[in-house]
Write a new protein. Structure first.
Length: 412
């Protein structure tokens, strides 16, 4: 049996320039999630800790940040857990690579464990174009790192990889930072590979990075997975917040790979729609949303439906009032305006004809309502809907009808 802890896309040191004063909060959350990943690896007594690219958000990081990472990798080494890291597309292995500037193994105080050989595995291992694989004899495992010296790859990272003929170790694992090919969606990505290429590798497990939401799949006999970011890199990303505990074992002569998610991130991202038609006042809206207050919650609310004629709402005021109650709060008004763009539709159009007809009916009802009020008549007592009530209905018909005729979706 071989047990792995697989993470990727930690993006330590991300600037988050769009978050203002909250940027430092999210940066620290990302490091805390990385530390939590180390905690899980130690608690689960895994054999290998894999980081499939973009451990750092860029190649420009202060030494202190690199030292913090090295200290966490040293904790793994102290627990007899070996780590393998590959560069990604943010911390790409180019001439200015952070992995050229700093020796993670040396900073972690980890030597090669007394094992000799260019590909022999120590406690901390960074795979690059110069060191494309590492063998762990004590684990009977080999890890291939398919890495490029440029951000954009001219060929698939899996090109030419066939682990079926491997004789140095029984368990065969590869690490790639790139996108699974999805026609029309990932064609222009920097590093792309296909399901067919995965199947042809003969691997036991392919540890992927690059997508910030988790995904697990199987191609041929190869299990592959994206763990997603351990903490959201942007506050509109769902599917993040976890690492993957991977178990590879022999069962009845068959190789079985089990992938289990483990939660390490604290941030919760929630998006929902709110029908503006049901709102009466701004304070009521603020009070309603404040009940969901949570310092770990990113709340993204969209107002939909028809905006009430009598609702006085200032989006900026609502966001300022609620911002302290959440990690981040955003309110977007995507409702249909109360009055559709004025009532001066061209007379030679269907909309224009409809507006003129409804305006004439409304004018007649306004006259009748005024006459009834002046005369003190009691039409309602005779079972007839009073002109004042029909007038309100006609005004709503005019509003809704014009929205529909102009192609807007209206939920009644």
């Amino acid at each position: 049996m071989l047990r792995l802890l697989h993470t990727a896309d930690v993006h330590l040191g991300a600037r988050h320039t769009d978050l203002g004063e909250r940027a430092a909060v999210l940066r620290e959350r990302q490091f805390v999630a990385f530390r939590a990943s180390i905690d899980v690896a130690i608690a689960e007594k895994v054999d290998l800790f894999l980081v499939a690219g973009d451990l750092f958000d860029s190649n420009t990081q202060p030494r202190r940040s690199v030292e913090r990472v090295a200290a966490e990798l040293a904790r793994l080494a102290a627990a007899s857990i070996r780590s393998v890291v590959i560069p990604g597309t943010h911390d790409v292995y180019d001439g200015a690579s952070i992995y050229r500037s700093y020796d993670l193994a040396a900073l972690a105080g980890a030597d090669v464990g007394g094992i000799s050989g260019a590909t022999a595995g120590g406690w901390v291992n960074v795979l690059t174009t110069d060191r494309p694989e590492v063998v762990f004899p004590s684990l009977d495992a080999i890890v291939y790192g398919r890495v490029f010296a440029t951000k954009r790859a001219s060929v698939s990272p899996l090109a030419g990889l066939d682990a079926r003929s491997e004789t140095r170790a029984s368990w065969r694992i590869a690490m790639v930072h790139g996108a699974l090919a999805i026609p029309g969606r990932t064609d222009s990505d920097e590093v792309v590979f296909t399901q067919e290429e995965i199947a042809a590798t003969g691997l036991d497990y392919l540890a992927l990075g690059h997508w910030h939401s988790a995904l697990e799949g199987r191609a041929g006999g190869v299990t592959y997975a994206y763990p997603g970011a351990p903490e959201p890199v942007a506050l509109d990303q769902g599917g993040a917040g976890q690492v993957l505990l991977v178990t590879l074992e022999e069962r009845g002569g068959r190789r079985v790979v089990t992938v289990e998610p483990r939660r390490v991130g604290k941030t919760i991202i929630e998006k929902f729609e709110l029908d503006a038609g049901g709102l009466r006042t701004q304070p009521e809206l603020i009070d309603r949303l404040a009940r969901r207050a949570d310092p770990d919650l990113v709340l993204d609310v969209r107002l939909t439906g028809l905006f009430p004629d009598d609702l006085d709402l200032d989006i900026d005021e609502v966001e300022r009032a609620l911002a302290p109650s959440f990690l981040r709060f955003r309110l977007r008004d995507e409702s249909i305006p109360a009055s559709p763009g004025g009532l001066d539709a061209p007379p030679d159009t269907v909309v224009g004809a409809f507006v003129r007809d409804m305006q004439a009916r409304i004018a007649q009802l306004e006259f009748e309502a005024g006459s009834e009020a002046a005369a003190g008549a009691g039409a309602a007592a005779a079972g007839v809907i009073p002109p004042a009530e029909r007038l309100a209905e006609m005004r709503e018909v005019l509003r809704l009808g014009r929205h529909l005729l102009e192609g807007r979706e209206v939920t009644l």
